[in-house]
Design a protein. Structure first.
Length: 342
């Protein structure tokens, strides 16, 4: 009887529990035992785990967050930590690990598999939607729904008060949430990390709108967008990423717009509300499908792979290939969004 370890690492998102349920239910069909490793790689480092029984994965489909907890613990920082992970893999009696996470979490799974021979399978999860080789990651769809709801609400108050409202959303290297959310919500400008932000262009748009009688605007900015005059932030997480929320790009942009146009401009940082609440139907189905396939990959002994979504089908992709680079926004999509900027 095989024992599969499952963990969720990095920023939590709604849809993780469906993925855990997908892995576990398919594994039970194979007659396997399933072990939940707590708080991502921290749980492996400290050998903290629980058995995932059928009861434990019941009633979790609609629940946001992750029943296993998460962390940004990075064992790759120290050789001794990687050694410990291998040691605890054996200590916990595991035969394989299914790591559900974004590029950081998956890069640890790849290193454990490639360099240490630990049988690992990945599952792509991140609201940023920037893992390579998959069209969608778990958590993205739910986050977009939250952003659209926020934009709808900002529109009415922006219009009443004749203001410019700047909404800052998550998105470190890729502006997928900003583009999908902004397009669906009817944003008047969308600033993303993939494209240098041109204040003059924004100001021209806003003035044009104003001249045409529209005395309000809603702008969406991804937290990773580069704006001239941004304050530098030193604080970083365990994977070396700057804590972007502290850059407050939305606030900076709002101040610059107000100074350049004279229009009253306010900023709002949407923050972790984008990662909270129940998963959308899409994220539930995606989580279940990817989870089921991950358990099948273990059963087939196909390690170093992750299931991915391509053209509505679940396909197997080598982790190495998926982690080659960040999947940034398709500029054709951004051009569609630009049609509606003024
Ligand atoms: O996991 C990606 C992400 O959602 C980024 O968009 C964001 O910068 C980061 O997580 C914030 O994470 P936390 O607040 O948990 O450190």
């Amino acid at each position: 009887m095989k024992n599969i370890g499952v963990l969720t690492g990095g920023g939590d998102v709604p849809g993780l529990n469906p993925a855990i349920r997908g892995v576990a239910r398919r594994a039970f069909q194979f007659g396997y035992k399933v072990t939940g490793i707590l708080d991502g790689w921290r749980g492996l480092l400290e050998a903290e785990a629980i058995e995932l029984t059928p009861e434990r994965v019941s009633g979790i489909l609609h629940v946001g967050g992750t029943i296993l907890g998460s962390s940004r613990t990075n064992p790759l920082k120290k050789t001794a930590d990687m050694d410990k992970c291998v040691e605890n893999f054996k200590k916990l009696g595991l035969d394989a690990i299914v790591a559900i996470g974004g590029d950081d979490t998956l890069s640890v799974a790849l290193a454990l598999y490639r360099d240490r021979g630990v049988p690992c399978v990945g599952v792509p999860k991140t609201m940023d939607n920037d893992v390579g080789e998959t069209e969608f990651c778990i958590g993205f769809d739910t986050a977009v729904e939250v952003v659209v709801d926020a934009i709808d609400r900002l529109h009415t108050t922006a219009e009443s008060h004749h203001r410019v409202l700047v909404l800052e959303v998550m998105g470190r290297h890729a502006g997928w949430v900003a583009v999908y959310g902004g397009l669906a919500g009817g944003a008047d400008y969308i600033a993303i990390p993939e494209r240098p932000v041109d204040l003059n262009e924004i100001v021209a748009h806003l003035k044009q709108r104003y001249a045409s009688g529209k005395r309000f605007s809603v702008i969406v900015v991804a937290e990773g967008a580069e704006i001239q005059g941004m304050k530098e932030v030193e604080e970083r997480d365990a994977f070396g990423h700057v804590i972007l929320a502290k850059r407050a790009v939305g606030q900076t942009l709002a101040e610059q717009i107000e100074a350049a146009t004279g229009f009253e401009t306010r900023a709002m940082q949407l923050g972790h509300v984008q990662r909270g609440g129940s998963p959308s139907a899409f994220d539930r189905v995606l989580g279940l499908r990817l989870g089921v396939r991950a358990a099948e990959l273990v059963h087939e002994g196909k390690f170093g792979y992750m299931p991915a979504l391509k053209c509505s089908k679940i396909v197997d992709v080598p982790l190495e290939q998926a982690l080659k680079g960040t999947r940034t926004v398709d500029m054709e999509l951004y051009e569609v969004a630009r049609v509606f900027f003024c």
